[in-house]
Design a protein around this ligand. Structure first.
Ligand code: ZN
Length: 285
């Protein structure tokens, strides 16, 4: 297992941690400000959200690399199914391809896929998961041709209705198996999978298909399942154990802090948040 005690070069910032995934939240820093603040602290990578990038993917990607940061990923695909997805298959696929194009422009290694909830008119998750598999299978060659890996991110089951009918690493890997494309894998977010007693077995099964590792913590007394994530060390997830498992499976990539925290961390100065992140990464993760 890698020793981060004196080395946080594997640390990446997901800009959502500064509130940048939601309009009107956070400090409203430009991508350039975030790049500079991360580079100054020795972060190794950065993950952007589409809303920050607009038409400037190539420019921002180049700026990040020039500052010494790897563009680890892009958040995210549109929801592919469910009540919050674009209306109709064609609209979904158009926006899915647009997100792949943006990832390619940034030269981001990975596009994260959050699949969306239960398809309207259906019950349970089975039918929706089949649609997800179809749509990811269709997009996979398009992404491969542009050098983009697609990472299916299972979300905590509390979101199954509206945001992600994909809730377990097992189901994500079942979809990967069904698609069988060399650029389709999974993203493992501790917030979503920390509770899963089958996780170690599934991570071993995933092997080289782990494309991303997302860090924060699950607060025991969470006030809001969407926007009250904890800083690493403040919650109940066994972060070291999970990292040991993903590294045993072969993962040696970035560890990306993704902290949605409207009431706490997004209220603080971004400089302070980044400093705490570095300290917790070295001491806790
Ligand atoms: Zn995540």
């Amino acid at each position: 297992m890698r020793d981060f005690t004196n080395d946080h070069s594997a640390l990446a910032l997901n800009t959502a941690s500064l509130g940048h995934n939601l309009e009107g939240k956070g400090a409203g820093w430009s991508p350039e400000q975030v790049i500079d603040a991360c580079a100054a602290r020795g972060f190794g990578g950065i993950v952007f959200w589409r809303r920050e990038i607009g038409g400037r993917a190539i420019e921002i990607g180049n700026q990040a690399r020039a500052a010494g940061l790897e563009v680890v990923g892009l958040c995210r695909s549109p929801f592919l199914v469910g009540p919050m997805a674009p209306k109709g298959r064609a609209a979904v696929m158009d926006d899915f391809c647009a997100s792949i194009d943006m990832a390619a422009g940034l030269q981001a290694k990975v596009l994260t896929i959050v699949v969306g909830g239960v398809e309207p008119g259906s019950k349970g998750v089975g039918e929706s998961l089949k649609l997800v598999a179809d749509r990811v299978a269709e997009a996979a060659p398009y992404a491969a041709a542009r050098g983009v890996k697609l990472a299916l991110e299972p979300l905590n089951p509390v979101y199954a209705g509206n945001r992600s009918c994909l809730t377990t690493t097992r189901d994500a890997l079942d979809i990967c198996d069904a698609i069988g494309a060399p650029n389709v894998g999974v993203a493992i977010d501790v917030y979503h999978v920390w509770w899963d007693t089958d996780l170690a077995r599934q991570l071993a099964r995933a092997g080289e298909r782990i494309y991303g590792y997302h860090l924060c913590d699950w607060l025991a007394d969470t006030q809001d399942v969407l926007l009250d994530r904890g800083m690493m060390g403040d919650g109940v997830a066994d972060l070291r154990a999970i990292r040991a498992q993903i590294e045993a499976a072969g993962y040696d990539g970035a560890c990306e802090v993704e902290l949605f925290s409207a009431g706490n961390w997004w209220q603080r100065r971004p400089d302070d948040v980044l400093d705490v992140m570095v300290e917790r990464f070295r001491s806790i993760c």
